[in-house]
Write a protein that binds this ligand. Structure first.
Ligand code: FMN
Length: 215
């Protein structure tokens, strides 16, 4: 593949907008692979990687997904839509595989034994698996979004979909929860305005609640 310059992280953060409309040009497999790999490299609790992704690329697939996404045109216009999901049951089957790979890369037997005890104790009776899945899936999702932007694509994160319909369209297993959609492509027409952000003083505290940080 011809080498090209990736945007810096600072450029991505400054320039990214939630893209209102895409031109629909196809995305090369090599770029899609790089984007997906960025997400799969992100960290997760116990390295359990409970995220799952369905990449919707065909015109027919995007059309059906649009119908499950409140008819948002950008779902159909995008080059690809990554449907980010979490698997509530994934950890049961993935734990041994995580340990097997970890052991090949330096995980101690002692750590492995602890993981076999702690993971089922933690997740087998977890009070809010949906929240646990969400925090992981959105981290991987962010990695993909940032890599897509770094490669020169435009992106649109989306929560405007009907989960039960998306499950049917994509034939998802019962244990899957749909967390968000990531549309990727190239901007068509004018970009969205920059709505800017709250000040750091409003959102970040120094040491304890109520003391705005001053940097
Ligand atoms: C998790 C998430 C879900 C979103 N869902 C939608 C959506 O369904 N439709 C839409 O038009 N924009 C959606 N947005 C875009 C936001 O409205 C947008 O990111 C926000 O207004 C800030 O604008 P900016 O991303 O251009 O800075 C979503 C953003 C996030 C992070």
């Amino acid at each position: 593949m011809a080498s090209r310059t990736e945007k810096s992280l600072s450029e991505v953060l400054d320039q990214r907008r939630a893209t209102p409309s895409f031109d629909g040009a196809p995305i090369p497999d090599s770029d899609l692979k790089q984007i997906l790999e960025a997400g799969l490299k992100m960290p997760s609790g116990y390295n359990l990687q409970p995220w799952r992704f369905v990449v919707v690329r065909t015109p027919e697939g995007r059309r059906r997904l649009r119908a499950a996404s409140y008819n948002q045109a950008k779902v159909e216009e995008a080059s690809a839509v990554i449907v980010a999901c979490g698997d509530k049951d994934g950890w049961r089957s993935d734990m041994e595989e995580m340990i097997r790979i970890g052991r090949e890369h330096g995980m101690t037997e002692n750590y492995a034994e602890g993981a076999r005890e702690n993971i089922p104790a933690f997740l087998g009776n977890h009070p809010n698996l949906t929240a646990w899945l969400n925090r992981h899936v959105m981290l991987a999702f962010s990695g993909m979004l940032l890599m897509a932007e770094a490669l020169g694509y435009d992106t649109a994160p989306m929560e405007g979909y009907e989960a039960d319909k998306v499950c049917v369209v994509l034939n998802l297993p019962m244990s899957y929860e749909v967390v968000a959609l990531l549309a990727i492509g190239h901007l068509k027409g004018p970009d969205k305005y920059d709505g800017d952000r709250f000040s750091m003083q409003r959102l970040v505290f120094d040491g304890e609640y109520g003391k705005p940080i001053k940097l």
